[in-house]
Each structure stands twice: as C-alpha cells, then as structure tokens.
Write a protein that binds this ligand. Structure first.
Ligand code: NAD
Ligand code: UDP
Length: 320
C-alpha cells in the first residue's frame, strides 16, 4: 500500500525538472525522475540520490513506459534553440511520441497529467501581451518549427485525450525561465550572457538587441506548475506561467554586466531566423485561477544565477 502521492517527472534531470523533483520531495511526494540525459545531467539531481522517496531512471519518452503513478509532469524536451535544433527530428518525436506515450500511461493508471508547453506556441506574436486565446503566428517549416509545432501538436493531443478519454489534463504555457542549473552551453540568452561576462568575453547581442523577452525565475515558475497541478479537475488550461516584466535583450546584457562587474563589450551578431520580436505573458488567468504571480525581480534572480555559474566555472577552472 502506498500513502504518499507518486509523481513521475519526465525530463526530471533537466533545469526546471530538477527543481520540481526537489519541491515535490519537500512536499512529501514519492518522485520518479525519468530522463534520457540528452540535455539534463545526473549532477542536477545528485543531491537527491539516496533520498528514500526519490528514484532516477534512464528512459527515452519516445518509448512506452509502464509505471504506477498518481501524477505526471511531462517536462521532457530540449528547450534551448541550440539544443532543439541539433536533432530536429528527435525534438518533434520527443514532443509528439513523448506526449502520446505519457498520455497513454496516464489513461492506463488514471493519473493526472501536466504538459510543459511553451510561449513558442504563439510564435512571433501579432498581439501583445499574449493571452491564452491567441492562436499564434508560427512558421510550420522553419528552423524553430520542430519545437514550436511539436509543442502545439502535444497540446492538441492533450485536449483530444481529455475530450475523448476524459483524462485529467493541465497545460502550462511556460515563458522564458532562468536560474541555476541551466546548461552553461545551451545557447540561451541568460546563460550565454552570464558565462560570457564571467569569462570576460564579449556579450553577443543577436540583431540590435531591441527584441524583448520576459524572464521568470525558476522558483516562481515551479511554484506555478505545482499550483496548476493542484487545481480542481475542471481546470485544464492552457494557462500562461511567466513573469510579465518585459526587458529588451540589451537591457538584460547591461544588467548582467553591472551585476558581474565584467569589463565585457557588447558585440552584435546576426539575428537568427524567425526570432520572435517581443514576448510578454498576460497572466490574468494564473492570477485569478491559481492565485499565483511571480515574486522574484530580475536583478535578484540574476544574482543567484550568477553565483551558480561563478561556482560552476571556478570548479572547471574556466574563469578568467
Ligand atoms: P532542459 O533541456 O534543461 O530539460 C529537458 C530535460 O528533458 C533534460 O533533462 C533532457 O535530458 C530531457 N529529455 C529530452 N528529451 C528526452 C527524451 N526523449 N526522453 C527523456 N528525457 C528527455 O530544459 P528546461 O528548460 O528544464 O525545460 C523543461 C521543459 O519546460 C521542456 O519541456 C521545455 O520545452 C519547457 N519550457 C521551458 C522553458 C524555459 O524557458 N526554460 C520555456 C518554455 C517551456
Ligand atoms: N540572444 C542574444 N544573444 C545570445 C543568445 C540569445 O541576443 O547570446 C537573443 C535571441 O536572439 C532571442 C533572445 O535572446 O532574441 C532569447 O533567446 P533564447 O535562446 O534564450 O530564447 P527564445 O528565443 O527561445 O526565447
């Protein structure tokens, strides 16, 4: 007989997944972390190994999985453009086959299932800020499409399983999230800028740096995901989870230089194809339904993230 809630976290050894594992263990759950270690590492969860309610399993979600659980957080998928474009066919398979396999598992064991969807379903948005009823402006055949369309198809599958099989689903549209345990080479803007600043290298602004993003600190995000999972069955989402404070990429670079005290110069590189011009979540639904809103200011979150990368680089003797 089991007393604790049994939670499966796919992609649990990744950046966001590892914090979810931690928070759910703290809340008393039994956690099964499943990962194929494509972008995640054992190091992200090494401090949890040996915990009596924690289990780590190497598995690729493109293949079926048979385990007994009560809740599933489907986080498995590379999230940085560099990583998801490395093997785009595998990225689509992870989103689509992964969703089918995890939905099939949820159906069989009657588990509740949450999908880590993304603001990328809005593409390069024609409305601003983005509300959940906006259908998006997505290129179906470009270099970002494996990720964007894979995630859109996963949402379709979630809603069809809900309508067709009465599955209990929760779809979170996550906006740019940052924090400790991001992969130092994943090419995402926050990790890139911090690593460049700490190494005394130039900071690479793509385009003129006037494009915007809204950055959410990982602790806030994870709190939002857990609140969504705990909502009544009538709440399916999709629901935006992110920080509505919007910054230009140039402002982000200036903050990183200021907080690290780096002497780095700003240098300009070509803007990648289909790079969204602006992005800001409308979080009215999250505020109303989840009673959630982010609380960590960008500079505070950046300071914690800088401290993490500083220790990581010192460990690897990579700092100047
Ligand atoms: P991440 O790359 O650190 O984590 C993804 C994890 O999934 C990794 O541990 C990776 O090894 C694992 N994985 C990849 N393919 C797999 C497969 N086929 N089978 C099993 N495991 C697999 O990225 P993250 O930032 O922690 O993102 C987690 C989730 O949140 C992703 O689904 C991502 O799309 C979503 N998301 C993240 C952001 C963000 O800003 N970080 C924004 C929107 C959505
Ligand atoms: N970016 C940048 N320099 C970098 C990495 C990224 O100017 O070294 C820009 C990128 O072009 C995009 C923004 O920062 O406009 C966010 O990029 P990221 O890859 O973090 O996420 P996404 O584009 O998926 O939001």
């Amino acid at each position: 007989m089991h007393l604790e809630k049994r939670v499966l976290i796919t992609g649990g050894a990744g950046f966001i997944g590892s914090f979810l594992c931690e928070r759910l263990l703290e809340a008393g759950a039994t956690v099964l972390c499943v990962d194929n270690f494509f972008t995640g590492t054992r190091m992200n969860v090494s401090h949890l190994i040996g915990h009596p309610r924690f289990e780590l399993m190497r598995h690729d979600v493109c293949f079926p999985l048979y385990v007994e659980v009560d809740e599933i957080y489907n986080m498995a998928c590379p999230a940085s453009p560099v990583h998801y474009q490395f093997d785009p066919v595998q990225t689509t398979k992870t989103s689509v086959h992964g969703a089918i396999n995890m939905l099939g598992l949820a159906k069989r064991v009657k588990a509740k299932i949450l999908q880590a969807s993304t603001s990328e379903v809005y593409g390069d948005p024609a409305i601003h800020p983005q509300t959940e009823d906006y259908w998006g402006n997505v290129n179906p055949i470009g270099p970002r499409s494996c990720y964007d369309e894979g995630k859109r198809c996963a949402e379709t599958l979630f809603f069809d399983y809900h309508r067709q099989h009465a599955l209990r689903i929760k779809v979170a549209r996550i906006f740019n999230t940052y924090g400790p345990r991001m992969h130092p080479n994943d090419g995402r803007v926050v990790s890139n800028f911090i690593v460049q600043a700490l190494k005394g290298e130039d900071i690479t602004l793509y385009g003129d740096g006037s494009q915007t993003r809204s950055f959410c600190y990982v602790d806030d995000l994870v709190r939002g995901l857990i609140s969504l999972m705990e909502t009544p069955d009538s709440v399916t989402g999709p629901i935006n989870i992110g920080n509505p404070n919007e910054f230009t990429i140039r402002q982000l670079a200036e903050n990183v230089i200021d907080l690290t005290g780096a002497k780095s110069k700003l240098v300009f590189r070509p803007l990648p194809q289909d790079d969204p011009r602006q992005r800001q979540p409308d979080i009215t639904k999250a505020r109303d339904i989840l009673k959630w809103e982010p609380s960590v200011e960008l500079r505070d979150g950046l300071s914690k993230t800088i401290a993490y990368f500083d220790a990581l680089l010192a460990d690897r003797n990579l700092k100047v």
